[in-house]
Ligand binder design. Structure first.
Ligand code: CP
Ligand code: NVA
Length: 308
């Protein structure tokens, strides 16, 4: 059974195919063509954390592909009311694909272990692969290519950053991370994060200096300083990350035509200023919309091609 738990579950060529499908299906959708690629298929979505984009993009995506979806929140009592094994075996006996946004990455891994249908990671503390798919689709649309582009990450080397690191390695992009030492990728963990097979063009730069990271960058990306589940660390994190705010001065140090990206939700005035969020360089809405298109490509690939 093929799952999509991290980007290491797929090869670079498969990633290219997902992006190709996403672009085809997006084009069809923009021309009001709705091909029922997933007619009669049911997606179950389990949420242990809040969401706007992930829920609406998967729900709308399944509807537009001719399938259906259901939202499962705290009422299923994940791991409390019954075991993960029992939930997984029962749920996967009735639906065709499961999306899980979990408190802990190990819950998604355990659910997938017992599932008889594909499982998609809809965000954990360790990864957000669906977000990275939408992000590279956006960069590809803006720049017409991905290989050799430089993506600068400013702030916490968190779940989203992990998925962007993996996708940069697979697609041959340069990834530069500016973070305070305590929140930077540790060199020992990088070998565990990325596959051995990396694509030509991939380079990784780790620095404490945001200006260094954004130098020559095609895209500048940030995320909240306090991710879901880290609320107790809010005051400490706000102090440590204060020098890592993305503002207009920092954006000017990137390439002239650089874009600004943020997975959202954003804390305006903390990790990013309003003028950057609302500037012509900002692609945040384009990027959020691409969650829909990228995940439609992913769902069609995972259900119609990957299991063969
Ligand atoms: N970017 C993202 O995953 O948004 P939500 O948390 O709103 O789903
Ligand atoms: N890093 C953020 C991303 C939200 C989409 C979090 O985990 O809360």
């Amino acid at each position: 059974m093929r799952h999509f738990i991290t980007l290491n579950d797929i090869r670079a060529a498969e990633l290219d195919r997902i992006l190709e499908l996403s672009a085809i299906i997006k084009r069809e959708s923009k021309q009001s063509e709705r091909t029922p690629y997933l007619s009669g298929k049911m997606l179950a979505m389990i949420f242990e954390k809040q969401s706007l984009r992930t829920r609406i993009s998967f729900e709308t995506g399944m509807f537009q592909l001719g399938g259906n979806s259901m939202f499962l929140g705290s009422e299923i009592g994940f791991g409390k009311r019954e075991s993960v094994k029992d939930i997984s075996e029962v749920l996967s006996s009735m639906v065709d694909v499961i999306m899980f946004r979990a408190m802990s990455h190990s819950s998604v891994v355990e659910l997938a272990k017992y599932s008889s249908c594909p499982v998609i990671n809809g965000l954990t503390d360790q990864a957000h692969p669906c977000q990275a798919l939408a992000d590279v689709l956006t960069m590809q649309e803006v720049f017409g290519k991905l290989q050799n582009l430089k993506l600068a990450w400013i702030g916490d080397a968190n779940n989203v950053a992990v998925s962007l690191l993996r996708i940069s390695a697979k697609l041959g992009m340069k990834f530069s991370v500016a973070a305070p030492p305590k929140f930077q990728f540790a060199s020992q963990t990088i070998e565990k994060i990325i596959d051995k097979k990396i694509t030509d063009g991939f380079e990784l730069e780790l620095t404490e200096d945001p200006a260094q990271a954004v130098k020559d960058a095609h895209a500048v990306y940030t995320d909240v300083w306090v991710s879901m589940g880290q609320e107790a660390e809010e005051e400490e994190r706000k102090k440590i990350f204060a020098p890592y705010q993305v503002d207009a001065v920092l954006m000017k140090k990137a390439q002239k035509d650089a874009i600004f990206l943020h997975c959202l939700p954003a804390r305006r005035g903390l990790e990013v200023t309003d003028d950057v969020m609302d500037s012509p360089q900002s692609r945040i809405v384009h990027q959020a919309e691409n969650r829909l298109h990228a995940q439609k490509g992913l769902l069609v690939w995972l259900l119609n091609e990957a299991q063969k």
